[in-house]
Design a protein around this ligand. Sequence first.
Ligand SMILES: NC(=O)c1ccc[n+]([C@@H]2O[C@H](COP(=O)([O-])OP(=O)(O)OC[C@H]3O[C@@H](n4cnc5c(N)ncnc54)[C@H](OP(=O)(O)O)[C@@H]3O)[C@@H](O)[C@H]2O)c1
Length: 227
Amino acid sequence: MRYLVTGANRGIGLEFVKQLTSRGEEVIATARNVDDAKALKTLAGTHNNLTIISLDVSKDDSIDALSASVGEELDVLINNAGCYGHSGVFPDLDFDLLERDYRINAIGTLKVSAALLESLKKGKGKIIASVTSKMGSIGDNSSGGSYSYRMSKTGLNMASRSMAHDLSKHDISVFVLHPGWVQTDMGGSNALINTQTSVEGMLKTIDKATLDHSGRFWEWNGNEIQW
Ligand SMILES: NC(=O)c1ccc[n+]([C@@H]2O[C@H](COP(=O)([O-])OP(=O)(O)OC[C@H]3O[C@@H](n4cnc5c(N)ncnc54)[C@H](OP(=O)(O)O)[C@@H]3O)[C@@H](O)[C@H]2O)c1
């Protein structure tokens, strides 16, 4: 199967690439700055099924170039790239940061999915899995704050739910995954699980996903999360 993972130069994205390449899948890994993606390049040195492509999900020309280089068929798109901006405490919010995070987490993910639709239609896997966060769940929000991150991930969730409806006619399953609180640059060292555990869990859901999984919100351990 042929996979594409965005934001794959570190953290959860890099772990997706490690686990997928080690089981023999063909993987396209994207990084904003390929020259600096040392861990990916080291991996590519020992896995000839790994290709590294440059992608900034907030830039249209970068997304256009991506779809041209992905080629005819793609089985599984894993939208992992994301950012967490500290946008301040209401009402003193950094609205520029809010716009930046929305552009990356919500709109960027939607644009990448749109750009790769034709390749996904031709692939056999027919999956768009996007890494969101429980912080984007409206039902789970019992503490407020984190406007930038919460709003951008809620936007991603809604985009995924709409795509799930719109792409069912092509048999493409579209869902979102909460990776848990994970030890990465974003999650910090106090986080509860490591990238290996998180990605092993999320891949179990991706591997068995059918149209029944589409339009739903899955936790790394396979539990379902309320919207
Ligand atoms: N860690 C957690 O506890 C946690 C919890 C819930 C959800 N998540 C989600 O899990 C995903 C991965 O997070 P992580 O913990 O692995 O974070 P991370 O270590 O900070 O890595 C984030 C990745 O996203 C990339 N990225 C950021 N902005 C981008 C852009 N405009 N275009 C393309 N790539 C971009 C980064 O690239 P650069 O290296 O170039 O910056 C990096 O590869 C994110 O969507 C995040 O929101 C994480």
